[in-house]
Design a protein around this ligand. Structure first.
Ligand code: ING
Length: 306
């Protein structure tokens, strides 16, 4: 397929007390809306099944593990996969993954339109911290609860379209986009849970955060001649506000659809994958223009070396 009608299924707040089954009912409602609008693919947020639990400091690993899924699909999500299959809609969503070997990842999956998982990604850029931080207005303990992803930034052929995934903070790092761009990616799918305020700088407002999010996504799309769909979990979760800003961005970096609110909200765009070709063959024809002999620092250094 070269032309996909894509839905960005922004989700509003999920409270700590909300059950996965209740959340899945909301996801299915968005899926039914997407089917009415002729969608072929629907993208959901990061950690779409639960509240953003890394805001809570936990010491008991048994309690931490209650936020994780041990298999996918599972009893709670099987109804979502079944409905997607009935509609013939591919889906992508994020969840906390606990592997049979006991490893913890912030994960997202992608299915084809028959409900089969064709791609998996594990979040590589984990923001936040490991120990309780008394300096913060609220915690962001992703480095405590998750391991860095071990699958790299891969691309997946989904019905003749090359799709890739990343998650939330990944979008802020150009390396994320370029590694997929160097595979010829045509559609990058990502979900995010971004606090509306900065835990370390209460002066930083939501306008700045929305700008930085959109700047990261539009730059990544333009500089790699790819479509991008970025979907928020938004709203106020147990008193903690998450920002919206769900967008669909074309390979020229233009926003073609944008969510208005901070609740459950579907945005839709018709996305022609062949729109990527001009950029890939001209200004971002990597083979003709890149000078990798000068890029060594990017993979040989982690931090700044004066
Ligand atoms: N959330 C945030 C994000 O990258 C963040 C964390 C916000 C980092 C703002 C830096 C600035 O959107 C997640 N879950 O990564």
């Amino acid at each position: 397929m070269r032309e996909w009608v894509i839905g960005g299924a922004q989700m509003g707040a999920i409270q700590k007390s909300d059950r996965r089954e209740t959340v899945v009912v909301r996801m299915i409602a968005l899926l039914d809306q997407a089917a009415e609008q002729g969608c072929d693919l629907v993208v959901y947020p990061e950690l779409a099944l639960t509240t953003f639990f890394p805001r809570w400091y936990m010491e008991d690993q048994t309690e931490v593990d209650t936020w994780f899924e041990r298999e996918m699909p599972n009893a709670a999500t099987r109804p979502l996969f079944d409905r997607a299959c009935e509609h013939g809609i591919a889906i992508s969503f994020g969840y906390a993954e606990l592997t049979p070997g006991g490893r913890h990842f912030n994960t997202s999956i992608l299915t084809n339109r028959q409900g089969e998982i064709v791609g998996k990604y594990r979040k590589i850029h984990l923001p936040g911290h490991v120990e309780y931080d008394t300096e913060r207005d609220f915690q962001h303990l992703e480095k405590r609860y998750f391991e860095p992803g071990d699958l790299g930034f891969e691309t997946f052929d989904n019905e003749n379209t090359l799709m890739g995934m990343c998650i939330c903070n990944d979008r802020r790092w150009p390396e994320t986009w370029r590694v997929m761009g160097l595979q010829g990616v045509e559609l990058v799918l990502l979900g995010y849970n971004t606090p509306a305020v900065n835990a370390q700088n209460s002066d930083e407002g939501m306008e700045k955060r929305l700008y930085h999010s959109e700047l990261s996504i539009t730059s990544g799309a333009y500089q790699n001649a790819t479509w991008a769909v970025a979907v928020a979990k938004a709203g106020v979760e147990d008193g903690f506000p998450l920002m919206g800003g769900t967008v669909i961005v074309d390979p020229n970096g233009f926003v073609v659809a944008r969510a208005k609110g901070e609740g459950d909200e579907l945005i839709v765009a018709r996305c022609d994958m062949d729109l990527c070709q001009f950029g890939k063959k001209t200004i971002f024809d990597f083979a003709r223009h890149r000078r990798i002999e000068h890029y060594g620092r990017i993979t040989s250094q982690t931090g700044v070396e004066r």
